[in-house]
Design a protein around this ligand. Sequence first.
Ligand code: ZN
Length: 658
Amino acid sequence: MKSLWNQEESLEYKGEIALRVYTSRLLGRDPSLVLHGGGNTSVKVSETNILGEQEDILYVKGSGWDLISIEAEGFSPVRMSHLLELAKLPRLSDLQMVNELRTHMTKASAPTPSVEAILHAIIPYKYVDHTHADAIVTITNTEGGLDRIKEIYGNRVIIIPYVMPGFDLARLCAERFAAEATDKTVGMVLLNHGIFSFADTAITSYENMIDLVNEAEAYLIQNNAWNINRTEVDTNLSTGNRGDIARLRAEASEYFSKPLILSCHTDTNSLDFIRRKNIEKISQQGPATPDHVIRTKRLPLLGRDIYTYAEDYKTYFSEQTANKTEKMTILDQVPRLILDSELGMCTLGQTIKDADIVADIYSHTIDIILRAEMLGGYKALPANDIFDVEYWELEQAKLKRAGNPPAYAGEVALVTGAASGIGKACVTSLLKHGAAVIALDINTDIETMFDSPAYLGIGCDITDIDKLNESLDKGVARFGGLDMLILNAGMFPGGKRIESLDDDEWHKVMKINLDINLTLLRECHPLLKLAPNGGRVVFIGSKNVPAPGPGAAAYSTSKAALNQLARVAALEWGQDNIRINTLHPDAVFDTGIWTEEVLQSRAKHYGLTVQEYKTKNILKTEICSSDVAELACAMCGPLFSKTTGAQVPIDGGNDRVI
Ligand code: ZN
């Protein structure tokens, strides 16, 4: 581990709080120090208040901010004098503590201060840094961890036995600090939790952290507990797994009562870990640091038996609450991590972001466990300590702060022909409404078209069934299944009358506009059947189905046949709770083929201005790709939940269609 302090970069951060922002971000940049909201930092500043009085203020990380991206407004200013008085109280409940913190801030709009605020206040140094460094939790989660920490640091750190974060921990740290701190003290190790460093300057406090963690890493290296021997594994998913993944996700979603994303990780590190002989023992100990529990739950599921996991979870809950006086409500009983020797490390969440956070945390946990094993054996905190953090309302509040999930949270859509026009607009709409999207297009630009973890763009010629299956495998491995299918890919060849239409062109149009949709429907059917809220298919039809025009025989015929395919699918798949609806757009001009030049020439042909040409319909309105996409999205939603086999025009009203 290296210090990331850069003198030149640091000069851009002027003032005590700005430097606090800078070194907090440096800590956040190293995932082996902090992950996803873990860790916290503070600075003590003297300020003049509105009455002209000097006050000492603790700026401490606010809840809901990540160190890696924190800004000055992510720090909550709390009056030091009050915090120091609070630290002397014999006891303070969580709710009282949060109330005291919030009512003694000097800025009403600041976020709720970290639950470790009082702890930061009692450390008599200007800058305080706190992380859950991997190396520290590796060593402290072993038998004899306490002695090892003593051996590494001697009297340079104060060692605090495990106590749940909050007031009791702050009080204990205050007592120990008062009794044990000397001018040699540079840090404080919290067993099974993490580490604090401090100093009067931002750089020294930060570099103390790096030095202390480096010493822990060096200790692991000296004790042959650093380099992990891994067995290389074949990381190629076999195609048969697609159905298994979707079934597992369907079952988990059923227990969760809402659709979940399930993401499979079949990298060497994950599979090597899962296939170890002692996996049963090493994976069933608990998390490396307690606050991971709200993301990962206490234990991963080994294998695929979600029913037994849920039953075991209920037992854990009733055992842990047996002697508690307050009434508690059980959380959902669905694992967030499934370790399966074939499917790999599967992480679950209401969004892919949540599932990816679980994956990040557990990838680090794997290394922590394996290194602790080399050091003599991984030994996490007992279940009751983890339970207390899992059911601590202040931790649960962190998750609730995220707000209500969007309409399609936990659901997966596949869009064909997604690189332009209506297809691309469908991707935008689906992402906006919270769906994870698998976007297919022959244009490989699709792969980088959207920057979102909920987006998987795959360049693929879907007329090649092997490539299509490969794409479906990739999509299902990433998101866990398929709920919505938007059949959009199609072609519109230049106008030709029947007498000059050759067979090749006819067959090509039929293949792209019709045949591949049959293939897609067939291959996706087993997945759609498993969709937690029922499968939905939207066909992008055409005005030409109800109202064909001359010169487009191949196109109109292919779309008419596709329309009939949709109607038959609606008849056949209703019993599988799959809804199929079609929309018939017309005159959508904001797509690639309609350049300004083409528009002008077409408008001229009819003796109209471009604007008149674009709004040549009953409502005199312009139809955009995004309008069509929103309708396609709505057809997948609750508004259309009792509709299947419908055909809805989106054309501003066309007298021939009506
Ligand atoms: Zn902590």
